[in-house]
Design a protein around this ligand. Structure first.
Ligand code: C2E
Ligand code: CA
Ligand code: CA
Length: 635
């Protein structure tokens, strides 16, 4: 710094700016939702050190101007404190980066030891050299002599460590965020370098501010949807984890509106303001998380809301009023944090599983049964995953049941439908409604089809060998499977390797609305039909029944759903409608199978409505596939 008045090099602008910006940052983080990670507390500590460093720097220079007697001890002391705070900041940068990179203990230790050594040696050197006047000295006339710049040495040593960390472990952090840090660090350096060139020292603390702004922006910001006041689902996981660790109980409320679930359509403005109001008014300290367009979950600390039961009633009442106004369908779930769910941070799948079993426009308060049901769901999912991975086509957990079908022409049982059951070690028998949707959602359905087909082929083979007349057994296939390119090959291979004729097997499939499903279905049927496999249209009358499309697909048998059997019993007009539909199909050379025939009256009516086949409890409930022998007759 040479022989000039010490104060000439300094203006307080830099330090005042730092204090102001730090206070602004503190205000911003306190009004926004910030995930409470370990780095967040380091971040807060850094901001406060920065404020103190700015104060120390300011005080150190100001004090100097008031000293007339030449005793500069307080100035020296403040300078040491100021340097120590900046070195502490540098040390905290290192801790922060190490934490952010999730370094293993073996890599963390040498780095932290080095950084701590650098820290203690530069701080001690600074103290000692200031005391004996070898680094920095103020003359009686107010001029400064600085011979050895210990601050610069410490700064460069820390810089080496930081650059090393950011280069050596660069792939631990998302690349773009990394560049953000590189950029701000480079800018800090530019500031320091330039002020040095101009013999300035006022912006040293300010140069430390830039990486902290980068941290706030890149790491600690959790943006709100400013219209709705909601934040994203990652933050929710973090919040659940934090409160679970602190053993703080939470209340939650989930609002799901299926209409807005799919991408695209946004929630109308009026409804948004209602949701905003809900979130703010009913619970203190609540946070609203946006899962997707149509699903949001509100969490609030239980302790801060002692009267939550009253509030709940209020919410439900006003919710009801709002529904009258908007008429958007909903599913609402209300509950308190559950340790088992918090521990594994599973509120989202817990809530989604509840949706599966809820009616539309239902409000549910979570109870212990829901937790039990969720655990069962998780167990089933787990088992399905295992079945999928094992890919054993004779897996003992998958059972082939069967329902014999009565053939009106031969007056015998010579066909049947294979129906799947699971038999799982911990929970026993599981029925299709409890696992088919889970298997479909998670991509495990095809392996189940393969297993059922394998077991059905095995059984057909045995029945034929024992001399039974088996015309065919049908197997259910889910539309979702058809998009798998290997589908037809898999079916082909299983039937082939079991050595039975292809025409002993049929595939049941329901119609679907989407064009791509239809195309996949069409090409699948065309490919397998030439090999002799028969096709059934399942559940006719339940879905949307596009006649034009049905005619385009070469089905052999149309299965009239039980709902049509029931409808035809209600009045004459309905019976006429079902009857003429059936006779139309019959004239076009389709065979008609009625499902869910439960008694003699059903049977008689169905026979009068062009039936070729009858299936239902009147003949048999689903039975284990080997019990088909009781129904089939020997050829
Ligand atoms: P679905 O294909 O329509 O199967 C007929 C269902 O109706 C069976 O239920 C059967 O037990 C039931 N049922 C049979 N007769 C009567 C009756 O007289 N009255 C009444 N009320 N019901 C009757 P299940 O076995 O519980 O299967 C339910 C659904 O699960 C099946 O409906 C099918 O969509 C699906 N599913 C079953 N097995 C498989 C499979 O292996 N693969 C696929 N993808 N889906 C399957
Ligand atoms: Ca079926
Ligand atoms: Ca059916």
């Amino acid at each position: 710094m040479g022989q000039q008045l010490y104060f000439d090099n300094y203006t307080p602008v830099g330090d005042i700016l730092v204090m102001t910006i730090c206070i602004v940052m503190l205000i911003l983080v306190s009004v926004s939702y910030v995930t409470k990670t370990k780095n967040y507390s380091i971040f807060l500590t850094m901001i406060s050190y920065l404020i103190f460093a700015a104060i120390a720097d300011l005080a150190h220079h100001e004090w100097y101007t008031y000293i007339k007697d030449g005793n500069y001890t307080p100035v020296y002391a403040l300078r040491i404190v100021y340097h120590a705070l900046l070195f502490s900041l540098l040390l905290l940068y290192v801790v922060y980066i190490v934490e952010m990179q999730h370094l293993e203990i073996s890599k963390r230790i040498p780095i932290m030891v080095t950084a701590t050594l650098v820290y203690t040696s530069v701080v001690i050197t600074d103290i000692v050299s200031t005391l004996n006047g070898t680094s920095f000295k103020l003359n009686k006339d107010g001029t400064a002599v600085s011979s050895f710049n210990i601050f610069l040495v410490g700064y460069i040593l820390f810089l080496v460590i930081i650059v090393f960390l950011m280069v050596a472990f660069r792939d631990r952090i998302y690349k773009k965020a990394m560049f953000g840090f590189y950029g701000t660090m480079a800018m800090s350096f530019v500031i320091l370098f330039n002020q040095g060139r101009h013999g300035q020292s006022s912006y040293t603390v300010a140069s430390f501010l830039l990486p902290i702004i980068a941290m706030m922006y890149l790491v600690h910001s959790t943006p709100y949807d400013v219209e709705l006041g909601a934040i994203n689902v990652m933050a929710m996981k973090d919040m659940v984890r934090y409160n679970y660790e602190k053993k703080r109980e939470l209340l939650f409320m989930s609002l799901y509106m299926p209409e807005f679930d799919s991408e695209g359509e946004a929630i109308p403005e009026e409804l948004q303001s209602t949701i905003r109001k809900f979130a703010a008014e009913f619970f203190k300290k609540s946070v609203l998380f946006q899962i997707n367009n149509g699903h949001m979950i509100l969490f609030a600390p239980k302790k801060k809301n002692p009267d939550h039961e009253n509030r709940l009633n209020k919410i439900l009442n006003s919710f009801h009023d709002e529904y009258e106004r908007f008429k958007f369908d909903y599913k609402v779930i209300i509950g308190e944090s559950i340790d088992e769910i918090s521990r594994k941070n599973e509120y989202l799948s817990f809530i989604e599983n509840m949706h599966r079993h809820m009616e539309i426009n239902e409000v549910r308060i979570v109870d212990i049964d829901d937790v039990t049901a969720f655990k069962k769901y998780e167990y089933i999912l787990d088992q399905l995953e295992e079945i999928y991975k094992k890919h054993d086509l004779r897996d003992e957990r998958v059972l082939a049941y069967c329902q014999p079908v009565y053939n009106i022409k031969t007056q015998k049982y010579d066909t049947a439908e294979a129906l799947m059951r699971l038999k799982l070690p911990e929970i026993g028998m599981v029925f299709p409604d409890q696992f088919i949707p889970i298997a479909e959602e998670n991509g495990y359905i095809h392996v189940l089809t393969e297993i059922i087909l394998q077991k059905t082929c095995d059984e057909i083979k045995r029945l034929i060998e024992e001399g039974y007349a088996v015309k065919r057994i049908s197997v259910n296939v889910s539309v979702l499977e058809l998009h798998d390119e290997e589908f037809t090959n898999d079916i082909d291979r299983i039937i082939d390797s079991s050595g039975i004729p292809n025409e002993k097997v049929a595939i049941e499939i329901t119609e679907s609305r989407s064009d791509s499903d239809f195309m996949a279905l069409k090409s699948m049927i065309e490919e397998l039909k030439v090999k002799g496999i028969k096709f059934y249209l399942d559940d006719f009358g339940t879905g949307y029944s596009n006649m034009e499309r049905i005619m385009e697909l070469p089905f052999d048998i149309i299965k009239f759903d039980r709902s049509l059997v029931i409808a035809s019993d209600s009045d004459e007009k309905a019976e006429k409608m079902v009857g003429s539909l059936a006779s139309m199909f019959a004239e076009l050379n389709y065979r008609i199978l009625y499902e869910g025939v439960e008694n003699d009256v059903d049977e008689k009516r169905c026979i009068n409505m062009s039936a070729s086949y009858l299936q239902g409890y009147k003949y048999s409930k689903p039975i284990p596939i080997m019990d088909l022998r009781k129904f089939f007759s020997k050829a």
